[in-house]
Design a protein. Structure first.
Ligand code: HEM
Length: 153
């Protein structure tokens, strides 16, 4: 799995703008993401049964936006994704699923190319590498020895 490439403030701003525009666009990103996801791997249909199908993509995208904003502020984005990975221990995620989720995100984002920022340094190809880098940190948490800590309120 890949490392996160160096990202300029311009790249980071472009990404956040792109994701925010997707969220506020009339096209239903969440629904399309879910449809593409379960089409890629039928196992995933059972796994996502707790969340309404149109929310799955939004929850994921929201989380990616939060990580990108953390990178932009110079915060500990690795720890953030590590925690997300630890929280996923409750699901039966297989190695092959990391790629399925990352590829489905790219596939779904391709439908929003018209919103993609016009920047010479940011391309769909680079976005794919960035997602691979985020997934690498997620997997470290998912595969760690740490137990999920449940905070009961
Ligand atoms: C960068 C990687 C990922 C991020 C940022 C991410 C983010 C999230 C977030 C924010 C949630 C809501 C619950 C929570 O906060 O823990 C969630 C739920 C979930 N994620 Fe992920 N995820 C990632 C990778 C994956 C992968 C590779 C799978 C494998 C299929 C997966 C499967 C799930 C499932 C099954 C749920 C629960 C859905 C439900 O309750 O119906 N995630 N994810």
């Amino acid at each position: 799995m890949s490392e996160l490439p160096k990202l300029s403030q311009e790249d980071l701003n472009g990404l956040i703008k792109f994701f925010n525009e997707i969220q506020s666009s009339k096209q239903n990103f969440g629904e399309t993401f879910y449809t593409n996801l379960i089409r890629s791997d039928r196992d995933l249909e059972k796994m996502f049964s707790n969340t309404h199908r149109s929310n799955v993509g939004y929850i994921f995208l929201q989380s990616v936006i939060a990580v990108i904003s953390t990178i932009q502020k110079g915060g500990d984005w690795q720890a953030m994704l590590f925690q997300v990975g630890v929280r996923h221990k409750q699901y039966d995620i297989k190695d092959s699923h990391y790629d399925v989720v990352a590829r489905t995100l790219i596939q779904t984002l391709n439908g929003y190319k018209h919103l993609f920022p016009a920047s010479p340094s940011l391309t769909m190809n680079k976005l794919e590498i960035i997602l691979g880098g985020l997934m690498t940190e997620f997997v470290k948490g998912y595969k760690s020895e740490l137990e999920e800590v449940l905070i009961l309120k």
